[in-house]
Design a protein around this ligand. Structure first.
Ligand SMILES: Nc1ncnc2c1ncn2[C@@H]1O[C@H](COP(=O)(O)OP(=O)(O)O)[C@@H](O)[C@H]1O
Ligand SMILES: [Mg+2]
Length: 329
């Protein structure tokens, strides 16, 4: 079963195109990242998938249900955590969850269990009686996720889940999302402009820029689509015969010697390194140092999102505002 199936999806706000002919699918149980710069169309896509706005053309299905003609079914299976703060700060965490439990229509008899289970999952049981305005940004985010999971969604959508959080709070939020994904089988679909976050936590990444989905794949696939990995070896006794020998080894796409430096291009440097070292040792080359470099998610981001028309400047003011709202809670 596909968690998400999008075909030729386009969205215009009046005359402003926000999504252009987007097609992709996400398997059930995945942790999927939509990565792209500000103004790329990430929030628009999430809002369509969670039935908050309609597409202009094309189709989108969530667990087989069409977001337009079966929006009720879709809503019963998804939860959405918006980028903006979505809990009240002048009441307690528990009271927030009680309000959400009522909004979601959780029957009175089941509310207490749903609330306690969400608090437990997010590690907020001991602080549930505190006013949210005494919470840190990370705790607020966890509370928002707690309110989203009370209905036990099959998939949770999160818009920039860790924006404005410090590194340790970001990690805590991710530990919780990963726990949900692994232990409850909840699919996770998040959008971010943090490359490291997509790289670290997503099974699959979709790169979006200027309303178009540019590329989709695992972090490894995306990186190897950008360029080869490079192995650099400093050694004495190198010659052209060795270069030819190395060029013929598996996983190697090229090799050259400049002075005492041997540069090798490899599809997979981890796999390539042993045969290379064996060959060098057997031919009496004295190796002084070995290093390797792999393309990074930054390289991927630049390749697929730069030069695709003028992106909107990152809206620093927006991010600051969101951060302030979370901090002040
Ligand atoms: N309600 C709206 N009315 C008009 N234009 C909008 C609206 N929401 C978003 N846009 C425009 O659509 C494009 C995509 O926006 P958005 O989906 O918010 O991108 P992202 O979440 O990747 O930053 C941007 O050019 C943005 O200015
Ligand atoms: Mg957005």
């Amino acid at each position: 079963m596909k968690a998400i199936e999008v075909k030729n999806l386009s969205k215009k706000y009046a005359t402003v195109p926000a999504l252009k002919d987007v097609s992709f699918s996400v398997d059930e149980g995945e942790l999927f990242a939509l990565l792209g710069p500000n103004g790329a169309g990430k929030t628009t896509l999430m809002r369509i998938l969670t039935t908050q706005i309609d597409p202009t053309s094309g189709s989108a299905k969530v667990f087989g249900n069409d977001v337009r003609s079966q929006s009720g079914e879709v809503r019963s299976q998804v939860s959405y955590v918006p980028q903006e703060m979505s809990v009240w700060s002048d009441i307690t965490a528990y009271e927030n969850l009680l309000i959400y439990a009522k909004i979601y229509g959780i029957p009175a008899k089941k509310r207490e269990d749903a609330i306690q289970s969400a608090l437990k999952t997010m590690d907020l049981q001991n602080v549930s009686g505190r006013m949210v305005n005494t919470y840190s940004g990370g705790m607020v985010r966890k509370l928002e996720i707690a309110s989203a999971i009370m209905v036990e969604p099959k998939i949770v959508f999160l818009d920039e889940p860790t924006i404005g959080l410090d590194p340790s709070a970001r990690k805590t939020v991710w530990d919780k999302l990963r726990w949900l994904n692994r232990n409850k089988g909840t699919s996770v679909f998040f959008c971010t402009h943090y490359m490291d976050e997509a790289d670290l936590y997503a099974n699959e990444i979709g790169l979006i820029s200027k309303g178009r989905l540019r590329k989709i794949g695992t972090a490894e696939e995306l990186k190897s689509s950008v360029s080869n990995e490079t192995i650099t070896i400093e050694a004495t006794g190198l010659d052209s015969g060795i270069v030819r020998g190395i060029s013929g080894l598996p996983h190697i796409t090229g090799a050259r010697v400049t002075g005492k430096t041997l540069r090798i291009m490899a599809i997979n440097s981890d796999e390539a390194i042993n045969p290379v070292m064996n060959l060098l040792i057997s031919t009496g080359v004295k190796v002084k140092s070995v290093s390797s470099s792999k393309p990074s998610m930054d390289d991927v981001f630049l390749k697929y999102t730069r030069g695709k028309g003028k992106e909107q400047e990152t809206a620093i003011a927006d991010i600051k505002r969101a951060r302030d709202r979370i901090r002040k809670a």
